[in-house]
Design a protein around this ligand. Structure first.
Ligand code: B12
Ligand code: SF4
Length: 362
């Protein structure tokens, strides 16, 4: 065991750590500093404009989100990790083909398989154990969208890629990956940040169905389909409902639009392969699930968190957007006695939209 923890000795250890990371399924690892530059100002501006909508947790921790040492005192550097989730093309339907089939449900690629949160943290813990075998015990805390941390800002400081205009982290292998971090009391020297390679391209901004990317690098979450279908518990604004199309859980359009994603590599782990046929399922099949079925089928999936009521609300909107069909009207009507007033409101909208679709086609 080599217990030398000088920055030089830790730098010599980086290639080994990256190798252990690859063995654990990570597609890349990088080392970030504990100072996040202008991220705090960007966060404060975003919050002041109310772009977080009803995600109170984004405002709750204030500046701590941009100050890693306030979250975990003693942190000296942060190991950032990328975990690819795009299912192999031979194991999942083409996302665009699914978006183009209005009777099918579109579930964002990150959610068709297993929930990543625990998986990512468990592997980061394993990585910490492997490092400790080499240098002895040290303090570390793993996070994956599980604490007030600015993951994209950290990863962009750790040479894992650059921030795309859709605000996600982008690399030469695209953006279909999760981010996670290991806060450590080891003073690794930070990696050099990678410059942007977006140039004048703004396909993500132009192709966002709801115009949620209000300026480069600025997403008004209140308009984002990901927020509306996952985070937002209430009524989906009337003017945005038609724009959701068949997207019932999250949205990938800004990533599908991005030319860098032509170079994406499929996930190394089988955990993110589609379950429950979510890559091809029809809206009416998913709408028929009882609450019990929803909870049972989504054990171990991120989708379980939104609950059955929100799930049905989202599918009702998508069914309203589907081409007029007597069977669609029938499945919507069959739910009209549901105890949730929120759901009934969206069902009524969907039925009137189905009727409108009919009027247009006459
Ligand atoms: C809240 C949140 C959301 C919200 C808000 C999104 C957002 N852009 O902020 C909603 C629900 C909409 C969302 C959606 C999605 N999310 Co999300 N989300 C988060 C979360 C929890 C926090 C992000 C955050 O801090 N937002 C706050 C704002 C202020 O940060 P920001 O947009 O990055 O803004 C920075 C700059 O753009 C700039 N800025 C912004 N406004 C302004 C204004 C001025 C004047 C200036 C100067 C600068 C500036 O400064 C800010 C600080 O650096 C992170 C996990 C985490 N803990 O970091 C995941 C995370 C970003 N999401 C993720 C994913 C996968 C998604 C979706 C793709 C899911 C989906 N398929 O539906 C979509 C993509 C939508 C999009 N284009 O952003 C991944 C992204 C992985 C990657 N490759 O980067 C993360 C990292 C989760 C994870 N652990 O993997 N998400
Ligand atoms: S996830 Fe969809 S709605 Fe949200 S910013 Fe990207 S393209 Fe727009």
């Amino acid at each position: 065991m080599n217990q030398d923890r000088t920055p030089e000795a830790l730098t010599a250890l980086k290639p080994l750590i990256r190798q252990w990371g690859r063995q654990l399924g990570f597609s890349a690892l990088g080392f970030a500093p504990i100072e996040l530059g202008n991220a705090e100002a960007g966060l404060m501006d975003w919050l002041a404009r109310g772009f977080h909508g009803d995600m109170d947790y984004m405002a709750r921790h204030g500046a701590t989100r941009a100050r890693p040492v306030e979250l975990v005192p003693g942190t000296a550097s942060i190991l950032c990790a990328r975990l690819d989730y795009l299912p192999r093309t031979d194991a999942a339907a083409d996302p665009q083909a699914n978006l183009d089939a209005p009777e099918r449900a579109y579930v964002s690629r990150y959610a068709v398989g297993r929930d990543y949160h625990k998986l990512m943290r468990a592997r980061l813990r394993q990585l910490a154990e492997r490092i400790a075998l080499e240098i002895g015990p040290f303090q570390s805390r793993p996070f994956a969208d599980s604490a007030p941390v600015m993951e994209v800002a950290l990863a962009s400081h750790a040479k894992l890629g650059w921030r795309g205009k859709h605000s996600l982290l982008l690399s030469r292998q695209g953006s279909w990956f999760f981010l996670g971090e290991l806060f450590t009391d080891l003073a690794f020297l930070p990696d050099e940040p990678e410059g942007s390679h977006c140039g004048t391209c703004q396909a993500c901004i132009d192709l966002c169905p709801t115009r949620a990317i209000v300026a480069p690098y600025r997403v008004d979450a209140r308009r984002c389909i990901s927020y509306l279908t996952i985070e937002h518990a209430g009524v989906i604004p009337l003017e945005l409902r038609p724009l959701l199309g068949n997207r019932i859980y999250g949205c990938d359009d800004c990533q599908l639009a991005c030319p860098w994603n032509h170079f994406a590599r499929p996930a190394a782990l089988p955990d993110f392969l589609p379950r429950n046929g979510l890559d091809t399922a029809s809206l009416s099949a998913l709408f028929a699930w009882s609450e019990e079925e929803f909870l049972g089928r989504f054990a171990g999936s991120a989708i379980r968190r939104i609950g059955h009521e929100r799930w049905l609300r989202n599918i009702a909107v998508a069914l309203g957007n589907a081409p007029r069909h007597a069977a669609t009207v029938a499945v919507l009507q069959a739910r009209l006695d549901h105890p949730s007033a929120l759901l009934r409101l969206h069902l009524q909208w969907a039925l009137s939209r189905q009727a409108e679709n009919h009027a247009e086609s006459c």
